[in-house]
Design a protein around this ligand. Structure first.
Ligand code: GLY
Length: 385
C-alpha cells in the first residue's frame, strides 16, 4: 500500500492515548496536516489495558513536579471529557465518586498516616476514615480493614470509551492515520528533523512527536550522537469480574490497598490489578499473575470470590530509567519532540501532555512544568558533527 501523501506538518509516532490526545490538540489549534503513524492498531496496547484510575493523591508520597503534573492533568479531565462528548457524542464515563485507600497491616497504617499528614499540610482534600466509616461507604470492604483514606478528587474514566472518543474526534478533525505501519527512524539532517522513514516509505516533515509507548526505543534517531532515551516495557496483568447478576452495585468507589485495586465500572464490571513484571514484550496472562491479583482483590473485598471472572489481559507500561515521563522538545534537535515513558500514568497524564506538547509545537512555548521531564536529562541525543 502506498503512503497517503509523503509530507505532513507534524508526524506523531504512536497511536495510543498520548499520540491520539496530542493529534487532537494540534488539530484543534489549527495544524491542518497532522499524520499519526501507528505500528499496529489505534489504542490497543497499554491504553486499552489500563484501568482508568485518575488518582494521583492515592498513590503519592510527596508533592514533587511529577505529582503536580498528575494533579493538573486529573483536574483537566472534566473539561476534556465534556469536550470529547460534545465532539463525538461518546460519554467517557468520567466517574467522580472518589477513591478509597485501605490499610490492612501496621505498615499500611503507617503509609496512610504519612499520606494523610503531608496532604493535609499541602492543602489537598483528603479524609481519614475509621474502619466502620469505610465499611459504611462500601459495605463490600473486608472486616479486616484497619483504617482508610478517602480522596474525593481522585476519580476514574472508562479508558476504552475515552480511546473511542479520541479516535472519532481525530477523524472528525481530519487527522490522517496510518495503522499497521512501523516507523523505523527519524531522519536528522543539517541539525534538524527532515522526516521519518516508515515501512511504507519516507514522509517529509519538520516536526516529529515520539509517542510510541513501550516501543519508542525501537525508533532510531539517525545522525544523532546517541539513541532515543531508553523506554522499557513493564508488564501489568489485569482481571475483570462481572458483578451484574451476583452483587449489583458491589462497589461505587475505586478502592486501593497498597497491593492492588478494584475499579467498578458503570456497566457492572469490576477491574482488578495489577502485576509489575519485567518480561520483555511478553503479554501472556499467567497463573501466578492472576493468583496475586486475586489474593489482593480478596483482601480488599472477600465478596469478589462470588463474582464470575469474565476476562483477563495484560499490557506493557512504558517506563524510562527513572520512571518519569519523557516530555517536550529535544533541545539539541529542532523538530524532535518526546511524549513517552508515561509508565503507570498514561491515561491520567494524557490531557496535560496534549496541551503542553501543543504549546511547544504550535506556540513555541515550553512550559516550566516540562523541565523535570526533558529528554535532555538522559545522555544527550545531540547531532553528530
Ligand atoms: N495505573 C495503574 C497500574 O499501572 O497498575
Amino acid at each position: 500500500m502506498s503512503l497517503p501523501t509523503a509530507t505532513a506538518d507534524v508526524v506523531i509516532i504512536g497511536g495510543g492515548v498520548i499520540g491520539l490526545t496530542i493529534a487532537r490538540a494540534l488539530a484543534l489549534r489549527g495544524i491542518s496536516d497532522v499524520l499519526l503513524v501507528e505500528r499496529a492498531r489505534l489504542g490497543k496496547e497499554a491504553s486499552s489495558a489500563a484501568a482508568g484510575m485518575l488518582a494521583p493523591q492515592a498513590e503519592a508520597d510527596e508533592a514533587d513536579d511529577f505529582f503536580n503534573l498528575c494533579c493538573q492533568s486529573r483536574d483537566l479531565y472534566p473539561t476534556f471529557a465534556a469536550a470529547l462528548r460534545e465532539e463525538t457524542g461518546i460519554d467517557c464515563e468520567l466517574d467522580r465518586t472518589g477513591t478509597l485507600y485501605l490499610a490492612f497491616t501496621d505498615h499500611d497504617q503507617g503509609e496512610i498516616e504519612h499520606r494523610y499528614d503531608w496532604q493535609v499540610r499541602a492543602g489537598l482534600t483528603v479524609q481519614k476514615l475509621t474502619p466502620a466509616d469505610a465499611r459504611t461507604l462500601e459495605p463490600c470492604i473486608s472486616e479486616s480493614v484497619r483504617g482508610a483514606l478517602k480522596f474525593p478528587d481522585d476519580i476514574q474514566v472508562e479508558n476504552r470509551r475515552l480511546l473511542s472518543a479520541l479516535i472519532q474526534a481525530n477523524e472528525k478533525l481530519g487527522v490522517r492515520v496510518m495503522t499497521a505501519s512501523t516507523v523505523e527512524s527519524v531522519r536528522i539532517d543539517c541539525g534538524r528533523v527532515q522526516g521519518v522513514e516508515t515501512a511504507r516509505g519516507f514522509i517529509s516533515t519538520e516536526q516529529v512527536v515520539v509517542s510510541g509507548g513501550a516501543w519508542s526505543s525501537f525508533i532510531k534517531i539517525l545522525n544523532a550522537a546517541s539513541p532515543n532515551p531508553r523506554i522499557e516495557p513493564v508488564k501489568g496483568q489485569m482481571v475483570c469480574f462481572d458483578s451484574t447478576d451476583v452483587a449489583p452495585n458491589l462497589a461505587r468507589h475505586v478502592i486501593y490497598s497498597p497491593r492492588g485495586y478494584l475499579v467498578p465500572r458503570r456497566d457492572g464490571r469490576i477491574l482488578s490489578g495489577s502485576t509489575t513484571e519485567q518480561a520483555g514484550f511478553d503479554k501472556e496472562v499467567t497463573g501466578a499473575g492472576v493468583h496475586s491479583i486475586l489474593s489482593n482483590a480478596l483482601e480488599i473485598s472477600p465478596r469478589i470470590a462470588d463474582l464470575p471472572l469474565i476476562g483477563v489481559w495484560a499490557g506493557l507500561r512504558p517506563r524510562a530509567h527513572d520512571s518519569l515521563p519523557v516530555l517536550g522538545p529535544c533541545e539539541q534537535i529542532p523538530g524532535l519532540v518526546f511524549a513517552t515513558g508515561h509508565y503507570r500514568n498514561g491515561i491520567l497524564l494524557a490531557p496535560i501532555t496534549g496541551e503542553l506538547i501543543a504549546d511547544a509545537i504550535v506556540d513555541n512555548v515550553v512550559s516550566a512544568a516540562l523541565n523535570a521531564f526533558s529528554s535532555d536529562r538522559f545522555t544527550s541525543v545531540g547531532v553528530n558533527p
